[in-house]
Write a protein that binds this ligand. Structure first.
Ligand code: NAI
Length: 332
């Protein structure tokens, strides 16, 4: 089957081509993202393969449908970028990668915590400049600290396990508690207000839904301990960024580590080093010494990407063979 692959980077081509050896789908790679104005690139294709920030809103889906596209397969787990009711109306089936190495994201989460706490970004630059002064590099022991995990699914539970290894006490909040969580070691479910009041580190591991948009907002920030470390490797929209900036300025938030940003579309996944970024909020965040931003790379391990690509090929195989696709997203 002929498939238009959007937002394709070198690693996508490498791992998708490797996974496609036996299936022989015909891939047409586009570096550009999918949106209404780029949808015509999919002409002649039965399916499109997209990533986390591609825009599959109503306008794009209508254009794809008019071209005869009947299948969308996402190279990610989240699908908040797809208008599922419109896809269903148009008879476009949507599939995703339901699971891939949760260790990739969990380990990156802990890397952000360590980098922020021990100020490794400052230390790295100083030492390269032969500056071996230690002022400004003071951290804190993770041992004995309390971490709050919001969302105790696959990734959140692995973060909890790793932090348990450091000797942290772990509080979890999840509207759908997982039976394993409280047996991971020094782990306990509490309500969100208690988690925010007691945690030294708050780490977000829930999907973004209309209900939890801006879960971190002026009210929840006010409930945190002064100087809290806030980590978000889930979805940018979970955080009200201007409110977090106010919290950083007042010291209520002592550290911020993010791999996702609410308005990351148009910024992340490309080299903008020669341009002036117009997003003032993002630029302000970048200016703080206690903020680390990575560009949505938490998933980027060879293990995770090869699993993502293998599942994507299986999804395309199912669709091409007219079989029910086990990773299809049910229409709401
Ligand atoms: P999962 O589905 O295994 O777990 C999510 C958990 O969040 C579930 O237990 C659910 O009950 C809980 N939850 C739902 N709404 C909640 C709320 N309002 N408050 C607290 N908990 C809530 O998902 P998984 O695999 O652990 O992934 C977590 C998130 O990580 C994904 O939704 C995605 O946004 C993000 N992610 C980020 C990546 C990156 O590269 N930065 C890559 C992959 C996932």
């Amino acid at each position: 089957m002929k498939v238009a692959i959007f937002n394709a980077r070198g690693y996508d081509r490498q791992f998708l081509n490797a996974a496609n050896t036996h299936s022989n789908h015909e891939f047409i790679y586009f570096e550009t993202g999918l949106e209404a104005k780029t949808a015509p690139l999919a002409a002649g294709c039965g399916a499109v393969c997209v990533f986390v920030n591609d825009d599959l809103g109503a306008e794009t889906l209508h254009k794809l449908s008019a071209l005869g596209v009947k299948f969308v397969t996402l190279r990610c787990t989240g699908f908040n970028n797809v208008d599922l009711p419109v896809a269903a109306e148009l008879g476009i089936q949507v599939a995703r990668v339901t699971a891939y190495s949760p260790y990739s994201v969990a380990e990156h989460t802990v890397a952000l915590m360590l980098m922020l706490n021990r100020k490794l970004y400052r230390a790295y630059n100083r030492v390269r400049d032969d500056n071996f002064a230690l002022d400004g590099l003071m951290g804190f022991d993770l041992h004995g600290r309390t971490a709050g995990i919001i969302g105790t699914g696959k990734i959140g539970r692995i973060v909890a396990k790793i932090l348990h290894g450091f000797g942290c006490r772990i509080l979890g909040y999840d509207p759908y508690p997982h039976p394993d969580f409280e047996s991971l070691g020094d782990t306990q479910y509490v309500g969100l207000p208690q988690l925010l009041a007691e945690a030294d580190i708050v780490s977000l591991h829930c999907p973004m839904t209309p209900e939890n948009h801006h879960l971190i907002n002026p009210e929840t920030i006010a409930q945190m301990k002064p100087g809290t470390m806030l980590i978000n490797t889930s979805r940018g929209g979970l955080i009200d960024t201007p409110a977090v900036i106010t919290g950083i300025k007042s010291g209520q938030i002592g550290y911020l580590g993010i791999d996702v940003y609410e308005d990351e579309r148009g910024i992340f996944f490309q080299d903008l080093s020669d341009t002036v970024i117009q997003d003032d909020t993002f630029q302000l965040l970048q200016s703080f010494p206690n903020v680390i931003i990575t560009g949505h790379q938490a998933f980027l391990t060879a293990d995770a990407v090869s699993q993502i690509c293998a599942t994507t090929i299986a999804n395309l195989d199912d669709f091409a063979a007219g079989r029910p696709c086990k990773n299809a997203i049910a229409a709401p």
